[in-house]
Write a protein that binds this ligand. Structure first.
Ligand SMILES: *Cc1c(COP(=O)(O)O)cnc(C)c1O
Length: 393
């Protein structure tokens, strides 16, 4: 096995930079309290924002569909993989999002990679926010289009780049709606204006905002009243919706094109029926129980207020995602370990998930957390503020 010896050197290098990640196994369902390596921890690590991943009606829907359709979908949707459950989910997603059509992918990652590479290619230019999710970055790379990365949220820089980009055949602006590691919103109204002015497409990845933001829970574009300006909407079923899979919504001809051009859709087995049924039950709950997202965002605002009064710099978070900036990877890891000793699971996020020098704890709040759990979190964070990055990174 000498041919693979170089890997030991690489792994040792990760150890030296505090970038090695332990392999932990959770037991039991994904809820506000999880058992990790035999210990019960309050879970501030999960993206199950509405507490639906183990909700009885979501679980029940999956079980019923498993009995009706079995588990594996058997093939790509283009072959025989699109069962009735998947067809119903696509129809329900289009209706929920107020779009003509929707297409479901095996994951949010696959939705971004496949959709971006189907919309831009050689001779085109993609304009991508510097803090976009890895799946957007990978979609950009795969597309073979020219990629211009603009500084986070910087519309004036983007305007300059677009003005310079008239020679490209097509232009595509891509952004997270709610940024996954900072918890802030993209300036979608301004991005929409720029897209219109420069004849560009605007794609928004709502992975962390679907189910949480907006009057109906459609995401950041709904919350910012910018839906009409967004041409391509991407979401995931794996976060607030508590299931798995990704989707793209938009006009019918967009969806028809993706069925023929998005390779992560065409060459991957369809999402299983039980997962589709679970996501549909979750969408029903998002519509029927708006208090889940309203309570979550109200509690998140209160947690942020209290953290700021403890002396934390929270960057521009306006959401259930709250970063505690440490800068240095080792300090973030030490803080995470300290919180684990107090019974709290708050992951340290390090490069490459965040830029160099941007290591942090990422607090992820859920409707499933009780006020008492949030009090425990706040009490445990207070003594750590002395180790925090002094200026916001
Ligand atoms: C998690 C995430 C994805 C990927 O979604 P999965 O369904 O987990 O593959 C895509 N975009 C963003 C912004 C994300 O945070």
């Amino acid at each position: 096995m000498q041919a693979l010896d170089w890997i030991h050197t690489e792994l040792n290098a990760l150890d030296c930079q505090a970038l090695r990640r332990p392999q932990r196994t959770r037991s039991g369902p994904q809820t506000a309290e999880v058992a990790v390596a035999g210990r019960s921890l309050l879970n501030f690590a999960s993206n199950d924002y509405l507490g639906l991943a183990a909700h009885p009606s979501v679980v029940e829907a999956a079980c019923r569909a498993a009995h009706a359709e079995g588990v594996g979908a058997g093939a790509s949707p283009l072959v025989t993989g699109r069962g009735e459950e998947l067809a119903r989910l696509e129809a329900q997603l289009a209706e929920f999002e107020g779009c003509q059509a929707a297409l479901v992918f095996p994951s949010g990652y696959a939705a971004n990679v496949g959709c971006i590479a189907a919309l831009a290619g050689e001779g085109d230019c993609i304009y991508s926010d510097a803090l976009n999710h890895a799946s957007i970055i990978d979609g950009c790379r795969l597309s073979r289009a020219k990629v211009q990365v603009y500084p986070h949220g910087d519309c004036s820089r983007l305007a300059d780049l677009l003005a310079d980009g008239r020679r490209y055949r097509r232009r595509l602006i891509v952004t997270d709606g709610l940024f996954s590691m900072d918890g802030d919103l993209a300036p979608l109204s301004e991005l929409g204006r720029l897209a219109a002015e420069h004849d560009a497409m605007l794609l928004v990845d709502e992975a962390h905002a679907t189910g949480v933001f907006g009057v109906r829970g459609r995401g950041a574009a709904e919350a910012l009243d910018a839906e009409a300006a967004v041409h391509v909407r991407i979401g995931t079923l794996s976060k607030a919706l508590g299931a798995a899979g990704g989707f793209v919504c938009g006009p019918a001809h967009l969806i028809e094109w993706l069925r023929h051009a998005a390779r992560s859709y065409m060459f991957s087995t369809a999402l299983p029926g039980p997962v589709c049924a679970a996501a549909r039950a979750a969408l029903d709950l998002v519509a029927a129980e708006p208090h889940r997202r309203q309570t979550l965002l109200a509690r998140a605002a209160e947690v942020r207020r209290q953290l700021i009064s403890q002396g934390w710099h929270l960057g521009s978070s306006v959401s259930q995602i709250i970063p505690l900036l440490f800068g240095d990877a080792q300090r973030a890891v030490d803080a995470s370990r300290h919180l684990a000793e107090q019974g709290l699971l708050v992951p340290a996020i390090r490069p490459p998930s965040v830029p160099q020098g941007g290591s942090r704890l990422r607090i992820s709040l859920s409707f499933a957390h009780t006020p008492e759990m949030l009090d425990r979190l706040l009490a445990a964070c207070r003594p750590l503020v002395a180790q925090a990055a002094s200026a916001s990174v």
